[in-house]
Design a protein around this ligand. Structure first.
Ligand code: SAM
Ligand code: SF4
Length: 324
């Protein structure tokens, strides 16, 4: 499946809910309103959509949200998709989670065929963690991360680099992650969503890199995970650091992904509003003929790149809808 710029689309991110048990300051407002449940696709429908993409050559699925593990019966989806790994084009099913429910689900995820999990964690200080997430309990997340590692899941930590909120803690977070055998990726805040100014804590990763370089030697690594991160090998810790810099470094040329929301809207680019409704063709018939046409047609509209500019919301769509 090639887009108009010859990029092969092998990666689908799927948001299974816009709901979440946390309210991270850069992602949601405290009184966030969520979609009416009636608008959200059933898990069976999401599975059918995912498999239609797998039929078209998608090799990797990442389940996200909102918080995917707060969706009722979500393990059914992991089990259904996991059963297709190897016998179809599908090579991998992963998830991005805030970790609050991982203690309960880590073992089940592994048994379903999941091998890697990204856990978002912006601070190792419980007061700060609560402030950034507006309600989170750090010990619950750390227990979840531990359970994931115990279950055999490869853990990667995702940390949004936030001016004034966790800027001074980034070296410690990296040391902690590497000390536990986890890769860690720092992410720049992206101007997503309306309402309060989500760019107030924007911290360019070029600054973070300079600060880290005082203490650590970062060697550019050729490691790639199919995502937009660039990786560095850190001599002092022996671990790997990823940097995702959508604003300061344009990663669109190698973009291999599209995103599906929990209402069945396909977004061809995280930073643009163009989308295609897949729910209507999905529901119009029990076979996938209409759906296949809709997917093919949508992919022809994948743009060359986004145009994020700090200081204005590039898109009014919050990250919790398309899952980052
Ligand atoms: N709830 C899960 C979690 O937090 O990992 C999955 C969904 S969350 C929207 C996916 C990722 O997007 C998280 O790593 C989060 O930190 C990141 N994110 C959310 N809003 C963002 C923003 N405005 N800029 C950069 N990253 C953001
Ligand atoms: Fe929830 Fe993830 Fe958004 Fe935080 S970043 S509010 S955990 S969806």
């Amino acid at each position: 499946m090639l887009d108009p710029f010859g990029r092969r689309l092998t990666y689908l991110r799927v948001s299974v809910t816009d709901r979440c048990d946390l309210r991270c300051v850069y992602c949601m407002s405290d009184d966030q309103t969520f979609l009416p449940r009636a608008d959200v696709l059933g898990l069976d429908e999401i599975e059918r959509l995912c498999l239609a993409f797998v039929d078209k050559g998608v090799e990797r699925l990442r389940i996200t949200g909102g918080e995917p593990l707060v969706r009722k019966n979500v393990m059914r989806l992991f089990e259904g998709l996991g059963a297709k790994i190897g016998s179809t084009a599908l090579k991998e099913v992963t998830l991005t989670t805030n970790g609050t429910q991982l203690s309960n689900y880590a073992r089940g995820l592994f048994d379903a065929g999941v091998r890697r999990v990204n856990v978002s964690l912006d601070s190792l200080d419980s007061d700060r963690f609560r402030a950034i997430t507006r309600r989170g309990d750090l010990s619950q997340v750390l227990a979840g991360i531990d359970a994931a590692a115990q279950a055999g899941l490869q853990v990667k930590i995702n940390t949004v680099a936030l001016k004034d909120l966790n800027e001074d803690e980034l070296p410690d977070l990296m040391r902690w992650a590497h000390g536990n055998g986890f890769d860690i990726t720092f992410i720049e805040t992206m101007p997503m969503g309306e309402g309060e100014d989500r760019t107030a804590h924007y911290l360019p990763l070029s600054d973070v890199r300079k600060t880290l370089a005082r203490e650590f030697s970062l060697a550019e690594s050729l490691h790639r995970t199919g995502g937009p991160a660039r990786y560095f090998q850190v001599a002092e810790t022996g671990g790997r650091l990823g940097l995702i810099t959508p604003l300061t470094h344009n990663f669109c040329e190698s973009c291999n992904r599209v995103r599906l929301t929990c209402t069945g809207m396909l977004y061809m680019c995280l930073g643009q509003d163009d989308n295609a409704d897949l729910r209507a063709p999905l529901r119009a018939s029990a076979d996938n003929a209409l759906l296949d046409v809709a997917i093919t047609e949508a992919l022809q509209r994948k743009p060359r790149g986004h145009d994020f500019v700090i200081g204005r919301a590039a898109t009014a769509r919050p990250m919790s809808l398309t899952g980052g």
